[in-house]
Design a protein around this ligand. Sequence first.
Ligand SMILES: [Fe+2]
Length: 203
Amino acid sequence: MIGRDALVRAFPGIEKISDQRQRALVFDVWRHVSERNPAWSDVARIPLHPSMPIPTHGNLVKHVDAMVRVVETLVPLERELWDQRLDLDLFRTAAYVHDAAKVIEFTERDGAIEALPGYNHAIEAGRIVREVGGSEQLAHMCEAHSFTGPLVVPKTREAQLFLLLDPICLNVFPEQGPGVVQRHLKANAREEPRTLQTYRSPL
Ligand SMILES: [Fe+2]
């Protein structure tokens, strides 16, 4: 079981969410997923995916930390350049909860981590956010955040930006095996397009 203290130790930045309701929602979502699968106790042991070992790709905590740091840069930038007024608390909250359903998706059996076949952690995160009383805006950011599995097309600027940020914050590159773009194409049953650029590439 991942308790509140363990969560704050893994993600001290949760305390920086100034909106009390959104901060509470982070704990509510993690409590929900931990009750569904109490086997996880150490957040740092959760990988990005069973096919992405932590020693090579880093853990889920680093991915979330990266998302938070990028949104802290992005939100003021959007305001300064295009007068897009985005809610930093909303983006921070989304970063902390969008992958929480991986606690349910991943199980450990005989020392190996497995993913539940057919489970969509993004759509499930959106459903959980609604269930614990989160906003529709946040729920949609969560359900549309991933290129893994059938794509949920973002309907808001917040969801669009959040979807595009997610793969930037992954230490998953072609030099290490299938990169994020290749993985995402495969997850959507699409092969790598045979473009002229691919043909010319010396890599
Ligand atoms: Fe993510």
